[in-house]
Design a protein around this ligand. Structure first.
Ligand code: HSE
Length: 441
């Protein structure tokens, strides 16, 4: 088969950029055999051209001058791996205006400025491919867009942040505090030096915005997503939840009901120990998707890191060069904001079960008092856990699990509970998420 040369320009020569360069340089032959495409790295742009990198580029292609990429008409594909929402946005727009298709891993940019960029791509008759933006090496974007198109997707539950999953897995397995688990994830290279966007849940929200848009077919924005991170999680709650049969995960959840009401949340979630997602540990990611015909499909793999993310980027480069991405991009339609806004469920209206830990003074009637407040708000208890022994200020931790209750009722009840004289400190409240599981009939 005659080979077609495909020249690629890379902007951003950091960890993933190095992985992309390495993959193209090392696998060009095998890719050519499989696809008939000979990928060539024609230009690599980075502000830092001096630091040593774990990959050796051909002479003369590394530059700090973006115009060498933009003005080179033989480069048909621009890969943006700069990250962030400032310079990266400018670079993608310039690539599109210069007539290049764009491949990116930049979820923050797509979640915040996706519509502007998609519009610019259409105006320039180009496409944007973004498989690497969600869950690293897992082909989840193409899984939803190409593999599940026939289905009406009703829900997705994802562990889409490896940093948080490493931290929570460590806290669970070793009974260590958040700060110790974070330090270990950083020392192993699984967490960024500045992990703020990971641990506060925003990185997961960026990914959920992208995945929910394509899965449900509505224009989702970050404002539609309720976000709570894992910074305040204590090892005690992970242990007590474990005693009740649950494992703690940071979940990105998208649900669409029969009336197309859409609930979008990222928050720490207790899930049943025997659910498939409970066994996803360390830096791994997984997403369970529920389709009307297929039932449950679970995608699992490495959600971050140099080579897994490079795998998604280079696969996108190949798909763009084959013309597949242009077709899928052209047919990527979502209902506009005007049809979406009224369908987004407010967090107060969501119904869930809850894990609540209260520090109750060790005296007669303590449990009865807070139980009454919960009962008055229609919150029914499904389980209670209390160990003997006292903690600070003569209090004992009392842990309860509730039956399904509306979030606003729980919030109102806890406000009242906190005022009770028998309660010490602030209540801890973590949602229990009952993920359906397709089991053999
Ligand atoms: N920082 C992300 C994570 C990887 O920890 O999963 C890139 O999305």
């Amino acid at each position: 088969m005659a080979e077609k040369n495909v020249k690629v320009g890379l902007a951003g020569f950091g960890t993933v950029g190095c992985g992309v360069a390495k993959l193209i340089l090392e696998e060009a032959d095998s890719i050519a055999v499989k696809t008939g495409l000979r990928l060539q790295l024609a230009c690599v742009v980075d502000v830092d051209t001096q630091s040593p990198r774990p990959v050796k580029l051909p002479d003369g292609i590394l530059t700090d001058d973006l115009s060498r990429l933009l003005d080179n008409d033989t480069i048909s594909i621009g890969v943006e791996l700069v990250g962030g929402t400032g310079a990266a946005r400018d670079i993608q727009l310039k690539m599109l205006q210069a007539g290049k298709d764009v491949v990116t891993a930049n979820k923050a940019l797509l979640a915040e400025h996706g519509n502007e960029l998609y519009k610019a791509a259409r105006e320039n008759d180009r496409c944007i491919a973004f498989e690497a933006s969600c869950a690293g090496g897992i082909p989840i974007v193409s899984g939803i867009r190409s593999g599940l198109t026939a289905n009406n997707i009703s829900a997705m539950y994802g562990i889409v942040n490896g940093t948080c999953n490493c931290i929570l897995s460590n806290m669970t397995a070793k009974d260590v505090d958040f700060s110790e688990a974070l330090a270990e994830a950083q020392s192993k290279g699984y967490a960024e030096a500045d992990p703020t966007l990971d641990i506060n849940g925003n990185d997961s929200a960026h990914k959920l915005a992208i995945l929910a848009s394509i899965a449900f077919g509505y224009e989702i924005t970050l404002d539609d997503i309720f976000v709570e991170g894992i910074e305040a999680i204590s090892k005690d709650d992970i242990r007590y939840g474990g005693e009740m049969g649950y494992v703690l995960k940071l979940l990105a959840i998208g649900q669409k009901d029969r009336n197309n009401r859409i609930s979008l949340r990222v928050h720490p979630s207790f899930i049943a120990k025997d659910n498939s997602l409970a066994r996803v540990d360390g830096p791994f990611n997984a997403v369970s998707i529920f389709g009307s015909s297929v039932g449950q499909v679970m995608y699992y793999g490495r959600g971050a890191g140099m080579m897994p993310t490079a795998s998604a980027v280079v696969t996108d480069i190949i798909d763009v060069a084959l013309g597949n991405s242009a077709t899928t991009f052209r047919h990527l339609h979502v209902r506009p904001r005007s049809e979406t806004e009224s369908l987004i469920e407010k967090i107060g209206d969501t119904v869930s079960r809850f894990y609540i830990r209260l520090m109750v003074k060790d005296q007669p009637g303590g449990v009865a008092k807070f139980s009454k407040v919960l009962g008055d708000q229609q919150i029914s208890l499904s389980g209670v856990l209390q160990h003997e022994g006292t903690g600070p200020d003569n209090t004992v931790p009392v842990v309860i699990a509730t039956h399904p209750a509306q979030q606003k009722n729980v919030t109102a009840a806890l406000k009242e509970v906190e005022k009770l004289e028998v309660i010490g400190g602030r209540p801890v409240c973590i949602r229990i998420v009952d993920i359906p599981e397709d089991k053999e009939a």
